[in-house]
Design a protein around this ligand. Structure first.
Ligand code: PMP
Ligand code: GLU
Length: 394
């Protein structure tokens, strides 16, 4: 029956992060003691002041369809947040609220890309970028970076990847999966190149902006000549631990925001009303209210780096944000461990799952075949136990 499915879905890969999380869940159901370090999901509860706002919204009967692009007062809160945190001036007609940043990204792809348009993805990139671009009939153009440049794309690499068909550049900073954070100087370098190509648009995915251990998050839309060609993507999943509540948003030139609203209106309509109301409270709160989570991630980052450095064969950068480490484990390729030959990063991740009962994600899903991604959005005890198991089976 599979033959009856569309070419569109047949050509799409399953999200590797979600697949690994499902596999870990399944193995746990069979009684296995799996430690899940595969999913990028904060392990904190949603702060009480945000839960209270959602409860209030239910009592206040926020039960009807919201405007497609989000409640006006939520868009005002987002506009203020962009000013406060990013020095960006997005009016409410430039903002679209969606069912997670994932939907924001899919909207942008569907409204900006024509068949055959090229989208530059500095690799490693977030797992869904490539399939979202392909769904919109765009062509992902991967620009490989390595641990030696802290997984960042240089201006020369960007320039070399540009062709007459290049329509967009998509990247995240702080980056999922590498944790790398672009500095203002580095972004200026990329902007210098882009200035020479006025028809290229940028998706700047800033969903990890607050989980940044070097401080000073920089939005590329704030750099000279970039504002009119940048779509700034953000959401509440990571900083506020609101993954399941599904709220993301964009700030963009008004004509792009309008197109996204039109597309979303035929696709899903406005995002969940209760979650939108709670998001107003989340975004109006000072960052100090979520600082405890950021501090915990920072502490865990240091712990995980210290523990992993003890394992021979892992090559590590120092991630400055998000909650992932992305070690290069290619030194294990070609080796046979406990009777299992490791030929690539997928073999390695499967080996860790089977022998150490630890779920990670292969770097192949992020466009880097030499690495695996380990999420440290887990308790210190779990992290210690997981890494000691990994060490034991290697
Ligand atoms: N972008 C990046 C870089 C992410 O890691 C995620 C995590 N899911 C998303 C976008 C999507 O976030 P959400 O849909 O939960 O808002
Ligand atoms: N962004 C998270 C991750 O990279 C959540 C999973 C997903 O949405 O793919 O693991």
């Amino acid at each position: 029956m599979n033959n009856h499915l569309s070419e569109r879905i047949k050509g799409m890969s399953t999200s590797a992060t979600l697949a690994m999380a499902a596999k870990a869940r399944e193995l746990r159901g069979q009684g296995k003691d799996i430690i899940g370090l595969s999913l990028g999901e904060p392990d904190f509860n949603i702060p009480d002041f945000i839960k209270d706002a959602a409860k209030q919204a239910i009592d206040d009967n926020y039960s009807s369809y919201s405007p497609v692009d989000g409640y006006v007062d939520l868009k005002e809160a987002i506009s203020n947040k962009f000013k406060r945190d990013n020095a960006l001036d997005y009016g409410i007609n430039q903002i679209v609220v969606s069912t997670g940043a994932k939907q924001s990204l899919a909207n942008v792809a569907m409204v900006m890309l024509n068949k055959g348009d090229e989208v530059i993805l500095p690799a490693p990139y977030w797992v869904s970028y490539s399939d979202i671009v392909k769904l919109a009939e765009g062509i992902p153009i991967e620009v490989p970076t390595s641990i030696d440049t802290d997984f960042k794309m240089t201006p020369a690499q960007l320039e070399a990847a540009i062709t007459p068909k290049t329509k967009m550049l998509w990247f995240s900073s702080p980056c999922n999966p590498s944790g790398s954070v672009y500095s203002r100087e580095e972004l200026k370098g990329l902007a210098e190149v882009l200035k020479r190509y006025p028809n290229i648009f940028v998706v700047s995915d800033e969903i990890y902006e607050h989980i940044n251990f070097r401080g000073g998050h920089v939005s590329i839309a704030g750099i000279d000549e970039m504002y009119d060609r940048t779509i700034t993507v953000n959401g509440v999943s990571k900083a506020f631990a609101m993954t399941g509540w599904r709220i993301g948003y964009i700030g963009a030139p008004e004509w792009i925001a309008k197109a996204c609203t039109k597309f979303q209106g035929q696709n899903t309509s406005g995002a969940n009303a209760i979650a939108q109301r709670a998001t107003i409270t989340a975004l109006e709160a000072p960052v100090s209210k979520i600082q405890f989570m950021i501090d915990q991630f920072h502490k865990r980052r240091d712990l995980v780096l210290d523990l992993l450095e003890e394992i021979e064969g892992f090559k590590l950068n120092v991630p400055e944000g998000a909650f992932y480490v992305f070690p290069d484990i290619s030194s294990f390729f070609g080796k046979t461990l406990n009777g299992i030959t490791i030929n690539n990063a997928s073999d390695f991740a499967l080996y860790l799952l089977e022998k150490a009962n630890v779920a990670t994600v292969t770097g192949e899903a992020f466009g880097n075949p030499n690495c695996i991604r380990i999420s440290y959005a887990a308790s210190e005890d779990e992290l210690r136990e997981a890494i000691s198991r990994i060490k034991a089976v290697l």
